[in-house]
Design a protein around this ligand. Sequence first.
Ligand code: SF4
Ligand code: SF4
Length: 80
Amino acid sequence: MAHSPVVDATKCNGCEKCVDVCSVEIFEMNEDKAEVVNPEECIGCKSCIEICKKHAISIRDKTVVPANLGTSTFVVDILH
Ligand code: SF4
Ligand code: SF4
């Protein structure tokens, strides 16, 4: 399953806690807002969600689910 962290810049207060807590350096600060710079490295630990007091971070899990028809697949997004 691939994890894709997203920052809502309208909620972010620039506290940098997500930058500090993420062990795989997903976040960088950009003009006082956290920015996701390499989402493919996210391990889905959710530490950033727990530490963000502004509820600005969500993790999108992309799960590929086999479709009933033929060999096609589709992607389900689960927002936490
Ligand atoms: S922890 Fe939340 S409020 Fe603080 S910089 Fe990160 S996204 Fe912004
Ligand atoms: S879920 Fe974990 S690995 Fe992913 S961005 Fe948040 S702190 Fe980093």
